[in-house]
Every structure is written in structure tokens, then in C-alpha cells.
Ligand binder design. Structure first.
Ligand code: NI
Length: 171
């Protein structure tokens, strides 16, 4: 397992649509393991492949609490089948937008079809933090970020701040 560098806003790769994974082989499994290592190291509770520069449709999640046993989940080619009308609000953050948090309202429950690390088709009914995390990470596969749900003014301020920081770093 290798910890990979994270790509950060405003990297244009974050706005790209990730491509489906056609075959689950050792390379894909190694990518999943690297993503988990990177997510735990950050630390974070979810990570999409594109965030380590690989625009493929895979994400990893672990919403277990501190002190609890780890519950690594791998979702390959995830697809939201159903979303509840009921909505819930969580304060979200993103490893590609470090140290910025904002409340986002999303469907409270989702049903997600995907392949697991071994290539078996699975259907997960998620609620609570897992439902929010799944929707946040699936958004990444479509080039959508959680800041797209906040006000335009706030979003522009965040993008401006990160663009400035990236420029300062490049010098
Ligand atoms: Ni994110």
C-alpha cells in the first residue's frame, strides 16, 4: 500500500468525469489499497480515485468511529438507484479542499449499486453519514464538489483562496 499525493482545488482534474472500470484486476485492487492507505493517512472518511489523480470510477469509504474496528469499503462503478425525499444536513469537508467545511443538504437515504473489491455486484442501502459520504464521493466521479451546493459568493471566495495558494506554491 502506498500513500499517494492528493490533488487539491483548483486542479482541473477535479472537474473531470471519471471513466468506468471495465475489469477488476490486480492493478485496480492495488489502486483501491493505495486509496485506502491515502485516506487513512490524511485522515479522511472517503476518497475518490480522481483525488489521487486517477479519473476512474472507484471510491473508498470508512465511516467507523475512532477507537472502533476499521470498516474499509470499496465501491467500483457506483450508481445511485434511489434517493429518499427526506433530506439531511451534514457539515462536509473534502481532502481536496483542506480546512474548509460547510453544511450541505442531501437526500437522507440512498440505495447504491456497485462492484466490490472482488468484483461482486452489491447493493447497499445507506443512511446517516454513510449516505452523505457516498453521495459526496460519487459526485467526485462526475466532477462535482461539495462547494457546488453552497452559495455562489462563498464558492467563489473558496476557489479564489485556493487558486491564490496554488500560485504561491508554484513560484
Ligand atoms: Ni471530497
Amino acid at each position: 500500500m502506498t500513500i499517494k499525493p492528493l490533488i487539491i482545488l483548483p486542479d482541473p482534474l477535479l472537474r473531470q468525469t471519471s471513466k468506468p472500470i471495465e475489469r477488476i484486476d490486480v492493478d485496480v485492487q492495488r489502486l483501491a489499497d493505495d486509496m485506502l492507505a491515502t485516506m487513512y493517512d490524511a485522515p479522511g472518511i472517503g476518497l475518490a480515485a480522481v483525488q489521487i489523480g486517477v479519473p476512474r470510477r472507484m471510491l473508498v469509504i470508512d465511516v467507523s468511529r475512532e477507537g472502533e474496528e476499521k470498516q474499509p469499503l470499496v465501491f467500483i462503478n457506483p450508481e445511485i438507484l434511489t434517493s429518499s425525499d427526506e433530506r439531511s444536513v451534514y457539515e462536509e469537508g473534502c481532502l481536496s479542499i483542506p480546512d474548509y467545511y460547510a453544511e450541505v443538504e442531501r437526500p437522507a437515504r440512498v440505495t447504491v449499486k456497485h462492484l466490490d473489491r472482488e468484483g461482486n455486484e452489491q447493493i447497499v442501502e445507506a443512511d446517516g453519514l454513510l449516505a452523505t459520504c457516498l453521495q459526496h464521493e460519487i459526485d467526485h466521479l462526475n466532477g462535482v464538489l461539495f462547494i457546488d451546493y453552497i452559495s455562489r459568493l462563498k464558492r467563489e471566495m473558496v476557489i479564489k483562496k485556493f487558486t491564490k495558494a496554488a500560485k504561491a506554491k508554484a513560484v
